[in-house]
Design a protein around this ligand. Structure first.
Ligand code: NIG
Ligand code: FE
Length: 413
């Protein structure tokens, strides 16, 4: 089955297959074709170009996109959408003056989410979480990473990972699963992080391998959570299982997680609300991509990741939602792109690059998604009529998405 889009006002983010990510000054360039066509064959992008070269094939579904634009669907490389319950009470506590760290110290935070998740059945967890997956797909997300990390016991971590695996079977969106082995220290292991990690790793890693439950490993490397030595312990053991590091680093403090991540060939380092010159140096000449999570900064009122410092140093940057119940209860990538422009001073071109091709790279699926490229999956956003792609981040509260296509099919049909 072939689908032909005609009269596309602007076809955004067209790339050669050889482009894996964009970095530094190149992030300011967003290649497009005005007045374009796009031909999809089954689930793939088959051809595209200016309208005057549009093929005249019959037996096609033809969609007239006059006044509308097409972009690759968003690639959200950092989420925690599998969770139980919510943390609205803590939201009120923060409004009334408590900090995120104070709430966590009082037994709230990640431990609060873990308590709820542990008493939620796998099926109930699936039902609660699929609402969020469907929500973000309708908002234009066409590839997603999902982490575990709210289990804090081997059984509950596996429960989360099995829910993610079920999503992979039942939804048309590419999903990458990450085992967040060290998110917070549960009370029953208070004072003995090493014992907690030993228990978690020895019980979960072999099952991940047997059931093919994850491709990446994550640690919340932060003061008061997991130290550099703890992180090293996790990365060392996960390496034997072929899991690639994608780490939470520098959210509140820069404690050396970035250079450790680079040493272990991490695919990404995420958060980076704080970043040192040494961190920047470590990232140069590495294959590790920095990922900013402006939804978390917005929600917690913490600093935004210094995008200009990172990009001006010649590095790439990806944007992700961090969708989770505690620090970023939104998976709306349209808002993320807008917040990156408004609060991090990224240009619309940089932000769109960061949320598409660079997000795909952060998940190691840049050969499949993240740009309009022949042979890639036809995971696309068709906008409503808009004046230019700048309107997307500019009108920050509006929904400009008319339809989302995954594997060449509209998800609203
Ligand atoms: O990425 N920083 C660590 N983990 C999550 C938030 C955890 C929570 O508060 O539930 C994050 O922001
Ligand atoms: Fe996170």
């Amino acid at each position: 089955m072939k689908t032909l889009f005609i009269n596309i006002k602007e076809l955004v983010q067209i790339r050669e297959a050889s482009v894996s990510y964009v970095a530094g000054k190149a992030m300011k360039l967003l290649p497009t074709i005005k007045n374009a066509y796009l031909l999809i064959d089954a689930d793939r992008i088959f051809a595209f170009g200016p309208m005057h070269e549009c093929p005249k094939e019959s037996m096609l579904e033809v969609i007239d996109a006059k006044g509308k634009m097409i972009l690759p669907a968003w690639c959200d490389s950092h989420t925690h959408i599998v969770y139980a319950g919510s943390r609205e009470e803590e939201f009120k506590d923060r409004i009334n003056g408590l900090s995120y760290e104070e709430i966590a110290a009082n037994g709230g935070g990640i431990l609060n989410s873990a308590k709820t998740l542990q008493t939620t059945s796998e099926n109930d967890l699936y039902e609660q979480s699929k609402v969020r997956l469907e929500e973000v797909m309708a908002l234009g997300t066409g590839a997603i990473e999902i982490k575990s990390g709210y289990g804090l016991s081997p059984e509950s971590e596996l429960k989360m990972l099995r829910v993610i695996k079920r999503f992979k079977k039942e939804y048309p969106i590419p999903i990458k699963a990450t085992f967040l082995a060290a998110h917070a220290l549960p009370k029953n292991f208070a004072g003995d992080t090493t014992a907690f990690l030993n228990d978690m790793l020895t019980k979960v890693l072999p099952v991940i391998k047997k059931e093919n439950l994850a491709t990446a490993i994550d640690v919340f490397c932060e003061k008061g959570y997991f130290s550099i030595a703890d992180t090293k312990q996790v990365l060392k053991e996960a390496k034997d299982y072929g899991l690639i590091p994608k780490l939470h680093v520098n959210q509140f403090n820069a404690i050396g997680g970035v250079s450790l991540a680079v040493k272990y060939n991490a695919r990404s380092v995420d958060h980076l609300e704080h970043i040192t010159e040494d961190d920047i140096e470590a990232l140069k000449n590495s294959k590790t991509i920095p990922v900013a999570l402006p939804g978390c900064s917005y929600f917690l009122g913490i600093p935004f990741t210094p995008a200009r410092k990172i990009i001006n140093a010649g590095l790439p940057l990806a944007l992700a939602s961090d969708y989770n119940p505690g620090s970023a209860p939104s998976g709306n990538m349209n808002f993320i792109v807008s917040a990156a422009c408004i609060k991090m001073k990224m240009t619309p071109e940089e932000a769109i690059n960061a949320a598409t091709i660079n997000g795909a790279y952060a998940m190691d699926i840049q050969d499949e998604v993240g740009s309009i490229t022949k042979g890639k999956k036809a995971n696309l956003i068709l906008t409503k009529p808009i004046s230019s792609y700048v309107e997307l981040p500019y009108a920050f509260g509006s929904n400009f998405i008319e339809q989302v296509f995954l594997n060449g099919k509209s998800i609203s049909n």
